[in-house]
Ligand binder design. Structure first.
Ligand code: UP5
Ligand code: MG
Length: 190
């Protein structure tokens, strides 16, 4: 595929900041292709493979799956579709970023959904009542917050230093946040 058709936008933000929700809206209104690294990893877990079991235990601990696995899953998913791509919840570490950039063109931009831990926890615990996600419990949520601050914020800072970061206030109603997301992308929402 040629570079013009494979534009990549990273969508980052802490656990429960609304990445998946905002990506779904961008798909619906503008035809982006949404790739959630977490969803790809959870699909691998459901496949029941030995690697899936390994991934399951990493997710339940709120830790980061090794870059090789995640990049391979992204590569597979991207090879079947034509962009522009929203890569949601990745890269979560500087190592993830380096592994991605060894294979793909640098991203166009990173959207960073910024939200307080209090609000993120509220959203996740509410979702946890019905999500069935092994990591939507208060113990794992705390570990996810720690991993985000420790490993993922350096990626956000790296993007900022490269002038590629757009920080979005993710507090408020979905539609309100979506208006901010569209503005950051220079898109006119219906
Ligand atoms: N909600 C959304 N917007 C709202 C709003 N404006 N007001 C009120 N409620 C709102 O939203 C979360 C919940 O909040 C939903 O119930 C939603 O309705 C509501 P969602 O859009 O799902 O937020 P999102 O940021 O996508 O939250 P998610 O839990 O998916 O974020 P995580 O980053 O924690 O999860 P992810 O799936 O990306 O990763 C899970 C795990 O996989 C990681 O912890 C890690 O162990 C592993 N992983 C890797 O190892 N490597 C990767 O590259 C990716 C994942
Ligand atoms: Mg998500």
């Amino acid at each position: 595929a040629d570079a013009a058709q494979t534009a990549v936008y990273f969508v980052m933000g802490g656990p429960g900041s609304g990445k998946g929700t905002q990506c779904a809206k961008l798909v619906e209104q503008f035809g982006f292709v949404h790739l959630s690294a977490g969803d790809l990893l959870r699909a691998e877990v459901r496949s029941g493979s030995a690697q899936g079991r390994e991934i399951a235990s990493i997710i339940a601990e709120g830790k980061i799956v090794c870059s090789e696995i995640t990049v391979r899953l992204l590569k597979q998913a991207m090879s079947q579709r034509r962009g522009p791509f929203l890569v949601d919840g990745f890269p979560r570490s500087l190592q993830n970023l380096a592994a991605f950039e060894a294979v793909f063109e640098p991203c166009r931009m990173m959207l960073y959904l910024q939200l307080s831990e209090e609000e993120m926890e509220k959203r996740l615990l509410k979702r946890g009542l019905s999500s069935g996600r092994s990591d939507d419990n208060s113990v794992t949520i705390r570990k996810r917050f720690h991993t985000f601050e420790h490993d993922s914020m350096p990626v956000v800072q790296n993007m900022e230093a490269r002038g590629l970061l757009r920080t979005i206030n993710a507090d408020g109603e979905e539609g309100e946040v979506f208006c901010r997301v569209c503005a950051a992308l220079g898109l006119q929402s219906a």
